[in-house]
Design a binder for this molecule. Structure first.
Ligand code: MG
Length: 496
């Protein structure tokens, strides 16, 4: 796998950086799960110090060696991957001066606190100066990193290597009209209730936890390499190739929220767990990109988890542990898991409307970064877009412009990766069915091993060896194509 002498030396030097990353991930996981509340102050300082140390190690110890390897011929795919991934980091760090880096890091710890307060008090004015500064800095970052066509390109590329504004425009110009058509049809038919009774039925936390664990067993979650814990917002963290942790939440009612969070995070976890063993402790021991990662979670959550065949598997488990589901047929549960309706909050959105929420954020971000609008204009524009796309308008900031944490984390250019994930998940289903057979049958027969091996061979084992665009072509035989998602939604929701 790795033979070039310089690459081998590079990997040896990288090992310290990997160890720091390992420690930081574990600290990050702990902060969200078990750390006592007052541990936060010292933890933030410790994390910041470690990230500063990583930066120095990368620039002083790793960069000179990577530089020697850039453009060297005769490297194999794995070696080239190592050089590519590290060079991206080096270039970024070199182009962004330490003062900007430092201010962004500081904002990443301060702004979410202000954002949380602002959201609770429904006070946009409170968050405005922070967001304005973040946008200002991100616009500077775009200029420092450079771009060919649109400043947003520079920011997109950080979250999704090779992604350009041009790609995102094409993606949404196919998706948005098609989704809107399905949505109008679904709403006119009135098949889905405005509110489902099950959304308000209370469950016992212990019972729900048992359900979640049994579902993970069916999917094939390896407990010797993973954990399931509780956090305010569900997440997955890959601490190492043999130590991947997921979380969910227990709100006490509307049990699908806890369940589908688990299935979603399982998809992320499986990706990390199935990266080729031989890539461990290298910069390639991670997913290809955020979009490809999200395609794995969405594949399991929506394409597998929200299918009829899967609901049939779930039904006896739910009946045994939750009990109250006995009053509902498979068809009724299927409906509850798949209700389509325009809603204000992105994270609660169904498969049909979800990408409209992303499209709105994309348009606003793009205009902010181009300097065409100011942070001051956001609330009004947000409401206008909501009205235009979904036909509803938030009555408060917290149900509108203040709902997502991303901007407070200085993450501008991140949202489109969610839609990329949804598109690739639909595309993957199509490819799987052409290569293996009907997914519904495979699910019905509980042959999840087949799905896991397929994903491992096509995507997971490669880690970050290839840039996402190349991996997609290699795995799926063609570039990302939004038509697959449009067709999937059309088939599932407009032919009831
Ligand atoms: Mg996710």
């Amino acid at each position: 796998m790795f033979e070039n002498k310089l690459v081998l030396e590079l990997l040896e030097r990288y090992r310290v950086l990997w160890a720091l990353g390992h420690a930081s991930s574990l600290m990050g996981w702990d902060s969200e799960t078990y750390m006592p509340r007052e541990g936060v102050e010292e933890r933030s300082i410790a994390s910041a110090e470690l990230s500063l140390l990583s930066r120095r190690l990368l620039l002083e110890n790793i960069a000179p060696l990577v530089e020697k390897l850039v453009g060297v011929e005769g490297l194999n795919d794995f070696e080239r991957g190592v050089v590519r991934v590290l060079w991206r980091d080096v270039e970024r760090l070199r182009r962004i001066p330490e003062n900007i880096q430092y201010e962004l890091a500081k904002l990443r710890s301060e702004a979410p606190v202000v954002w949380r307060e602002a959201r609770e008090k429904d006070d946009f004015e409170r968050f405005k100066p922070y967001l304005s500064r973040i946008v200002e800095l991100e616009r500077q970052v775009a200029e420092l990193l450079g771009y060919e066509e649109h400043p947003y390109d520079a920011l997109l590329d950080y979250y999704e290597e090779g992604l350009r504004d041009r790609d995102v425009r094409v993606m949404f110009s196919t998706l948005v009209p098609s989704i809107r058509r399905v949505l109008e049809k679904v709403m006119a038919e009135g098949y889905y209730p405005r509110e489902h009774v099950l959304e308000n039925v209370e469950y016992r936390r212990e019972a729900m936890e048992t359900v979640n664990r049994e579902v993970l067993n069916i999917l094939g979650f390896p407990w010797s390499k993973g954990r399931l814990d509780v956090s305010a917002h569900p997440f997955t963290i890959g601490i190492a190739l043999s130590d991947v942790r997921i979380t969910t939440r227990y709100e006490g009612r509307d049990f699908r929220r806890s369940l589908f969070a688990v299935i979603h995070e399982f998809g992320h976890a499986l990706y990390n767990l199935q990266v080729d063993e031989r890539l461990k402790m290298t910069p390639l021991a991670e997913g290809a990109s955020l979009g490809v990662h999200e395609s794995q979670s969405r594949f399991w959550e929506n394409i597998v988890g929200r299918s009829r065949a899967f609901v049939e598997l779930l039904k006896p488990i739910l009946d045994e542990h939750l009990g109250f589901t006995r009053d509902y047929s498979v068809e009724e549960l299927y409906k509850y898991f798949n209700i389509v309706r325009p809603s204000l909050i992105r994270v609660d959105a169904d498969e049909v409307t979800y990408n409209l929420h992303i499209y709105l954020r994309y348009e606003l971000e793009r205009m902010l970064v181009a300097g065409e609008i100011k942070v001051h204009d956001l609330p009004e524009l947000w409401n206008e877009y909501m009205d235009r796309l979904l036909g509803i308008k938030p009555k408060s900031y917290k149900d509108g412009v203040l709902q997502d944490i991303h901007w407070s984390l200085t993450a501008i250019g991140y949202f489109p990766t969610y839609t990329i994930g949804n598109i690739l998940a639909a595309q993957l289903k199509n490819r799987f069915e052409a290569d293996v057979g009907r997914l519904g049958d495979v699910i019905g027969e509980r042959r999840f091993e087949l799905v896991r091996v397929y994903l491992r061979e096509k995507i997971h084992k490669w880690g970050a060896v290839y840039p996402p665009k190349d991996l997609v072509v290699k795995a799926l035989g063609e570039p990302m194509n939004p038509v697959y998602l449009a067709e999937y939604i059309e088939n599932k929701y407009s032919r009831l």
